[in-house]
Design a protein around this ligand. Structure first.
Ligand SMILES: [Zn+2]
Length: 82
């Protein structure tokens, strides 16, 4: 798995999720290309959410690139159970 962790990166888009507590988009801190995205496991965890301070588990289908036009999101975050 090739995940590049950078504060600022090249032309690589940042992977974003939606914070379930605030409903706002938040960066996962992951900067990766589409090929690397495909190789991600279906369920991942963000470190500490920069918005609410909680640690979220997110599904790959909830994530989208920061430069994506629209979100193709999961039906609900309730699908994530830890
Ligand atoms: Zn959050």
């Amino acid at each position: 798995m090739a995940i590049i962790l950078l504060e600022r990166g090249l032309d690589m888009p940042t992977l974003m999720i939606r914070c379930p507590n605030t409903g706002q988009p938040v960066s996962t801190g992951l900067i990766l290309d589409a090929g690397s995205f495909d190789s991600l496991p279906d369920k991942l965890s963000v470190g500490r959410c920069s918005l609410c301070g909680a640690e979220h588990t997110w599904l790959k289908c909830d994530a989208r690139f920061a430069n994506a036009d629209s979100a193709a999101s999961c039906e609900s975050y309730s699908a994530v159970k830890e």
